[in-house]
Design a protein around this ligand. Structure first.
Ligand code: ADP
Ligand code: MG
Ligand code: ZN
Length: 642
């Protein structure tokens, strides 16, 4: 390892290793299969570059990377520090490709020094017979170092950037047995890791020992075993960004500018980004900020539809700190590097939690405190959903029709292809994040990367944790009871929103129900239910009531069951959970839940009595009767609970 440190310093100019680079390099040098899950900017490249540089002369590692521009960048960087690296990509003239392949085959110790790393696109490996025969010759001579698969989430259909040629990379293991594989990515859930390793024919075992134990075992076994003789080493670096503060605001769109102005006040003179859904919104946002600050250069915009000159000028103005705010679509992002970005606001719902992590993660790269604020409303979800179900409804469709293409009909979820279904599911993760008023935001984000995060570690640096710290605990048992009572006896299953609506007495009959004359509609049945509106006079906000439902779910008093309708729309419906009967059977118990004190609470007195459920007399009696009956029935059916 001392040798690795020395080469890292001499060749790459790094003073030390970042965690867990040293262990990864160690495993690679031992010839083990390695999977690296590390956030963007974490330092993945060094993990394969260093072993390649340290390999015996004549050894060639093949680095597979999806983007030609990235490949050229990397090769240039390597050459700049005196490392012999080559590349073969589409668009390169044939003679040039042939020269690189010849250099790969150059015998060690000869006059020409061959490359220790060759960067290629996956198409090359999968489709080019000539390239494959070069690899076979190197393999026969024992001169193939590693196969490095960068951005390896592209292998999996479940990853968000699936590439067909990546999926075929499994052939490497079969054709060149014994050559260790290193797969790297910054975005992969547990399932994606399992899928990628399976497709690449790496041995992955979720239950396997820690990578350090695997390395030790390999050392004891006397150095390089066959990579397939033991499970691959999985290294992951935490994706948590402790200096970022996460919060969510549900607001009408017009007030996103308020949030932006607040952040400008919080970080005077420092830069931020507002992401909007449409190009027009980006321009509108920039002019709104200029108008409200009275400064013409306060904000600039960026989107794919703008002139190149405008884009360049605006990006430069923002980069140099002349313009404080960049209002942009997600076209703005790739390749920007402004570590002192102090905040990122999303003026609409991002496509997925993974996208949100990437986009909001552009804040605070310098490690100083920064804010990530999501401003959204339910209509955002609906319009994103429409873009998936009815792709021709947007700008793309209008352009296609202008070019003579017929308009495609909107689809229902069960008509979608695999890919679109994945997008719909990803959007769902974002909606869950936005709606959740209880769970730590970091827990949400990190769970997406298969990382378990304890909210204690958040230290109140997300809005939900902060609220929990500041809030007063009040007894919500009566409200929770009433809601369980509604679920228990309701003639139809309800969603969280409908349950909250039923409790508040604020459901609207559906159009179909009205047409049928009320009584026959299932929603109307809910509305004529005795406990409908039990909490009409209670002082809880909708959010607080949703929080109580979340808590009931967490406690096992309620369960969510997916109910799919004929069109394939999946709606989570609430049913009683295994612990509901115990809860219903203890009417005297108190259930303290942190609830935010809002302006709506007008009553005076102790917090507890302030928020207590106010049930109108006629409802109260009906409710009590119904609850008693429900409890009695439960106990009769299942003595002692479930
Ligand atoms: P990733 O591929 O994980 O997104 P990179 O490999 O491009 O990240 O590395 C990001 C930056 O971190 C690069 O500028 C690189 O030079 C730097 N870096 C990597 N390892 C170290 C290290 N051990 N010490 C200092 N800087 C490092
Ligand atoms: Mg990288
Ligand atoms: Zn938190």
């Amino acid at each position: 390892m001392m040798e690795a440190l020395r080469v890292s310093a001499d060749t790459f100019g790094h003073r030390g290793f970042r965690d867990p680079q040293a262990a990864i390099v160690g495993a690679a040098l031992l010839g083990l299969d390695v999977f690296v899950l590390m956030p963007t900017g974490g330092g993945k490249s060094l993990c394969y570059q260093l072993p390649a540089v340290m390999a015996p002369p004549g050894t060639v590692s093949v680095v597979i990377s999806p983007l030609i521009s990235l490949i050229h960048d990397q090769v240039q960087q390597m050459r700049a520090i005196g490392v012999e690296a080559g590349c073969i990509t589409g668009g390169m003239p044939d003679e040039q490709c042939a020269a690189v392949m010849q250099a790969m085959l150059a015998p060690p110790g000869g006059a020409t020094v061959g490359p220790c790393m060759v960067y290629v696109t996956p198409e090359r490996v999968v489709k080019s017979g000539r390239f494959r025969s070069v690899l076979s010759r190197l393999h026969a001579d024992g001169r193939l170092g590693h196969f490095v698969i960068d951005e390896s989430h592209c292998v999996s259909l479940m990853g968000h950037d699936y590439r067909h040629d990546y999926a075929n990379l499994g052939c490497l293991r079969d054709e060149y047995p014994g050559v260790p594989i290193m797969a790297l990515t910054a975005t992969a859930t547990e399932e994606v890791v399992a899928d990628v390793t399976k497709l690449l024919r790496m041995r992955f075992d979720a239950q396997s020992r820690s990578p350090m134990a695997l390395i030790r075992a390999a050392r004891l076994a006397g150095g390089a075993p066959s990579p397939t003789a033991q499970p691959c080493c999985l290294f992951r670096k935490s994706f948590n960004r402790p200096n970022l503060r996460y919060s969510v605001v549900e607001k009408p769109r017009g007030r996103v500018a308020d949030v932006v102005l607040d952040l400008m006040k919080k970080y005077p003179g420092e830069s931020g980004i507002v992401y909007t859904l449409s190009r027009q919104q980006a321009e509108d946002m920039a002019s709104a900020v200029c108008k409200r600050t009275g400064r013409e250069d306060a904000a600039v915009f960026y989107h794919a539809g703008a002139d190149d000159a405008v884009k360049q000028a605006n990006q430069q103005a923002w980069q140099a700190g002349k313009a404080t705010v960049m209002a942009a679509t997600i076209a703005f992002g790739m390749g920007i590097n402004k570590p002192d970005t102090r905040w990122v606001v999303h003026a609409s719902l991002p496509k997925s939690l993974a996208n949100y992590y990437q986009e909001s993660g552009r804040a605070g790269r310098d490690g100083e405190p920064a804010d990530c604020v999501l401003v959204w409303r339910h209509a955002d979800f609906k319009s994103q959903e429409r873009m998936i179900l009815d792709p021709d409804s947007g700008r793309g469709g209008a352009e296609a029709r202008a070019a003579g293409a017929p308009r495609r009909a909107p689809m229902r979820p069960n008509q979608l292809d695999h890919h679109a279904r994945g997008r719909l599911a990803s959007l769902g993760t974002m909606l869950d994040y936005a709606r959740d008023m209880v769970k730590c935001r970091r827990e949400h984000v990190l769970a997406h990367f298969g990382e378990r995060f304890s909210p204690d570690q958040c230290g109140g640096t997300c809005d939900n944790c902060e609220r929990r710290r500041k809030s007063t605990k009040i007894d919500v048992a009566p409200a929770a009871m009433a809601m369980l009572g509604i679920v228990r006896t309701c003639p139809r299953t309800l969603t969280t929103t409908q349950l909250v609506g039923a409790f508040r007495g604020a459901l609207k009959p559906t159009a179909k129900g009205r047409a049928k004359g009320g009584g026959q509609d299932r929603m109307a049945a809910v509305m004529s239910h005795p406990s409908y509106g039990a909490g009409a006079a209670a002082t809880f906000t909708k959010d607080e009531l949703s929080a109580i439902v979340q808590q009931l779910l967490a406690e096992g008093c309620l369960f969510k069951e997916d109910e799919m309708n004929k069109a394939g729309y999946n709606t989570p419906r609430l049913v009683l959970g295994p612990r509901a009967s115990a809860f219903l059977a203890s009417p005297g118990r108190k259930w303290l839940l942190p609830v935010r004190q809002t302006g709506r609470v007008q009553a005076t007195g102790a917090a507890e009595s302030k928020m207590a459920l106010r049930v109108p007399q006629r409802h109260a009696q009906a409710l009590e009767r119904e609850l008693r009956a429900a409890v009695a029935e439960h106990l009769k059916a299942e003595p002692g609970g479930w």
